[in-house]
Ligand binder design. Structure first.
Ligand code: AOF
Ligand code: ZN
Length: 335
């Protein structure tokens, strides 16, 4: 094996290790592998979420002597003291002779690790398996580069795009498998965003629950947008939540980012979803379609300001999944 092949193999393993960490929260999933000069793996580590040791420090904690080793890390080592200390300094102090990483850390405060390492005489190789790491961390990288969370807009509708019947009833359009999937998607989000209309109509708990109704380990932050006020008896008041009375959705997203929210799941209803779409704030669509027809005026998405077919918002399909009798379509805006 060439040296480059050793690095790539270690980086692939680092990405697998990284996946053990949580997808939510302000901190990314990161993996680290320490290699001996012959390319064999000496130790491994990964980041377990905000406030816990970074992947590099986790890996370094498993060896008595790291002098002369190569650290292969999926993200550029950080160079700041946040909730934990700088990994650049930890690697330098441990005597690591080389650092190989996949993608640069776009964090405004945390970046600059590569430069610091080079300054200290550590050899630095950037960009190994960059495409794989970029895809793996896409949502966090996009959110961090932009300073606003990754936004997924979800809705459930009939095949003819209706989200409710004439009398307003909408429970349940989709089947249990779809609803279970929605709970998984909630658990993989930092925040669930709804409009006050949805709170008034459905009184949702906005929790992420399992098959037996039990709360899943990670609970997203409920965010209610609108000026109508949340009733004192609303179920979502049982947990911390955010009420945003502003119409400026960009400002809401920037505020959520400052609260460590990197993944937002927009769940309802048609007016709010349409506002996110019209403002070009959507990164991904999760559309649950049930094999039913309702007809009538209650559409899943309302006016988008599209006057002519030439102005239609074009999407690209990411995936189509069967969920019982329903299908889940994942799509993204065409670049
Ligand atoms: C690394 N290795 O394993 C991770 C990094 O508040 P802190 O101290 O936990 O720092 C958080 C920032 O550090 C986070 O926003 C990201 O830029 C970087 N995450 N860096 O060297 C790791 N998880
Ligand atoms: Zn770090």
């Amino acid at each position: 094996m060439t040296e480059q092949q050793h690095f790539e193999r270690a980086m692939r393993h680092g990405l697998e290790l990284a996946a053990n960490g949580p997808v939510t929260g302000g901190n990314p999933q990161v993996g680290c592998v320490l290699l001996a000069p012959d390319g064999s793996i000496v130790a491994e580590g990964w980041h377990r979420g905000a406030g816990t040791p970074h992947a590099e420090v986790d890996a370094l904690s498993k060896v008595a002597d790291a002098r002369g080793l190569t650290a292969v890390v999926t993200l550029e080592p950080c160079n700041h003291t946040g909730r934990t200390g700088p990994c650049s300094e930890a690697l330098i102090a441990a005597g690591v002779s080389r650092v190989v990483f996949a993608v640069s850390d776009p964090g405004r405060a945390s970046g600059g690790g590569a430069e610091r390492l080079r300054q200290a005489g550590v050899e630095v190789i950037a960009g190994v398996l960059a495409d794989e790491a970029e895809a793996f961390l896409e949502k966090w990288l996009t959110a961090t580069r932009r300073g606003t969370p990754w936004v997924t807009v979800k809705w459930a509708s009939t095949l003819d795009g209706r989200a409710a019947a004439a009398d307003g009833s909408s429970q349940w359009i989709t089947g249990t498998a779809s609803r279970q999937r929605v709970h998984e998607q909630r658990a993989e989000s930092d925040a669930i965003v709804v409009g006050t209309g949805t709170v008034l109509a459905d009184d949702p708990t906005l929790t992420a629950r399992g098959d037996a109704g039990e709360l899943l380990a990670h609970q997203p932050l409920p965010v209610v947008i609108g000026e109508r006020g949340i009733p004192a008896t609303a179920k979502l008041r049982d947990r911390p939540f955010v009420e945003a009375a502003t119409r400026d959705l960009g400002a809401v997203l920037r505020d959520l980012y400052s609260r460590d929210v990197r993944r937002v799941y927009v769940e309802g209803g048609p007016t709010l979803a349409s506002a996110f779409i019209a403002a070009d704030l959507v990164d991904e669509y999760a559309v649950y379609l049930a094999p039913k027809l309702l007809g009538g005026p209650r559409l899943a998405i309302t006016d988008l300001g599209v006057a002519s077919i030439d102005d239609a918002r074009e999407l690209v399909l990411v995936s189509v999944e069967s969920l019982g009798d329903d299908i889940l379509i994942t799509a993204r805006p065409k670049e």
